[in-house]
Design a protein around this ligand. Sequence first.
Ligand SMILES: *[C@@H]1O[C@H](CO)[C@@H](O)[C@H](O)[C@H]1NC(C)=O
Ligand SMILES: *[C@@H]1O[C@H](CO)[C@@H](O)[C@H](O)[C@H]1NC(C)=O
Ligand SMILES: *[C@@H]1O[C@H](CO)[C@@H](O)[C@H](O)[C@H]1NC(C)=O
Ligand SMILES: *[C@@H]1O[C@H](CO)[C@@H](O)[C@H](O)[C@H]1NC(C)=O
Ligand SMILES: *[C@@H]1O[C@H](CO)[C@@H](O)[C@H](O)[C@H]1NC(C)=O
Ligand SMILES: *[C@@H]1O[C@H](CO)[C@@H](O)[C@H](O)[C@H]1NC(C)=O
Ligand SMILES: *[C@@H]1O[C@H](CO)[C@@H](O)[C@H](O)[C@H]1NC(C)=O
Ligand SMILES: *[C@@H]1O[C@H](CO)[C@@H](O)[C@H](O)[C@H]1NC(C)=O
Length: 221
Amino acid sequence: MVLNGRPLTVLVVVSLWLLLICGLSYGVQSDIDCLKGIKAELEDPYGYLNTSWNFNNNTEGFICKFTGIECWHPDENKVLNIRLSDMGLNGQFPGAIKNCTSLTGLDLSNNKLFGIIPQNISHIIGYVTSLDLSSNNFSGEIPADLSNCSYLNVLKLDHNRFTGQIPQQLSLLARLKQFSVANNLLTGPVPYFGPNSSITADSYANNTGLCGFPLDPCQSA
Ligand SMILES: *[C@@H]1O[C@H](CO)[C@@H](O)[C@H](O)[C@H]1NC(C)=O
Ligand SMILES: *[C@@H]1O[C@H](CO)[C@@H](O)[C@H](O)[C@H]1NC(C)=O
Ligand SMILES: *[C@@H]1O[C@H](CO)[C@@H](O)[C@H](O)[C@H]1NC(C)=O
Ligand SMILES: *[C@@H]1O[C@H](CO)[C@@H](O)[C@H](O)[C@H]1NC(C)=O
Ligand SMILES: *[C@@H]1O[C@H](CO)[C@@H](O)[C@H](O)[C@H]1NC(C)=O
Ligand SMILES: *[C@@H]1O[C@H](CO)[C@@H](O)[C@H](O)[C@H]1NC(C)=O
Ligand SMILES: *[C@@H]1O[C@H](CO)[C@@H](O)[C@H](O)[C@H]1NC(C)=O
Ligand SMILES: *[C@@H]1O[C@H](CO)[C@@H](O)[C@H](O)[C@H]1NC(C)=O
């Protein structure tokens, strides 16, 4: 063997280093692409995004200064939370959010968003602990796949136009503390979160025909 310990060590170190650099720049580029994609997907009539979300900047951490963006570290382009509440934003659920791979919170409440929540939502925002889509114009059924977003503590879907039944699988969300689907057009049995759940009848107020604990029992057919 010609290779003694030293060149091998150098090779290993260089390989690791390259892997790290590629890994990091991939993660970072992905988060920039995420925000570029969101900006492209949403109509922003009051210009909140197109005044603040300026991508002509290569400074590490530049996206962390954008309106509504919070990063894991202020000098690293890795998005922790997106909070775009009350900006008059118009459009459908922005699929580009998938490229924010380290996202833990998403707040799009009080806008004019419409259309369905994607059926594969857990592939888009699988690690969020908080999802607030309240007070928009979302419609269709609440996807059962939300139950695969297993880190959810807060899930606010109130004040939209959701129809159909609430998926029973949502009761699998073991960490759920705050939950509301009030003020929609939902019917049928509500998920059973267990006898000691903090989720009360207020979570279900003003729908078309929900039943089951903590509401009135469902009529058996
Ligand atoms: C924001 O975008 C609109 C078109 O979408 C454009 O008319 C306006 O000039 C832009 N504002 C700024 C500050 O870039
Ligand atoms: C780029 O972003 C950094 C960090 O937010 C900021 O200090 C700098 O002014 C920005 N440069 C330009 C040209 O916008
Ligand atoms: C994520 O970003 C890549 C470019 O880096 C892009 O090709 C892809 O369409 C983006 N994904 C989504 C869901 O927007
Ligand atoms: C929802 O859509 C209806 C009609 O499509 C519209 O009248 C209403 O203003 C919208 N609500 C919101 C919050 O955008
Ligand atoms: C989610 O589903 C939509 C439409 O079915 C598809 O275009 C998109 O690529 C899917 N996204 C992921 C992350 O699987
Ligand atoms: C949860 O995810 C798994 C794997 O992707 C999938 O097979 C299952 O149908 C999902 N659950 C729901 C309720 O959609
Ligand atoms: C509910 O609370 C009661 C009294 O605190 C406790 O005895 C019971 O084990 C709890 N049940 C569940 C399912 O956590
Ligand atoms: C139900 O609707 C009534 C009348 O619009 C409203 O006053 C009340 O606050 C709503 N309840 C909830 C929990 O949103």
